[in-house]
Design a protein around this ligand. Structure first.
Ligand SMILES: [Zn+2]
Length: 55
């Protein structure tokens, strides 16, 4: 399924913990892709110095 479709349907999975991301923040991964990160893993993403992405 296309990423944009998942986003619309609210089926995004957290990039880090792989659980369903509730109200995720978008970050940029090593491949330069936008990835959702759930609020629980935001601190982890910050520690990994992942770039924040605007929606
Ligand atoms: Zn997570």
């Amino acid at each position: 399924m296309a990423n944009w479709l998942k986003r619309i349907l609210g089926m995004e999975k957290c990039y880090i913990c792989n659980n369903k991301a509730v109200k995720p923040r978008m970050y940029i991964n090593d491949e330069g892709e936008k990835v959702p990160v759930c609020f629980k893993c935001v601190t982890y993403a910050e520690r990994r110095a992942m770039k924040k992405s605007s929606y």
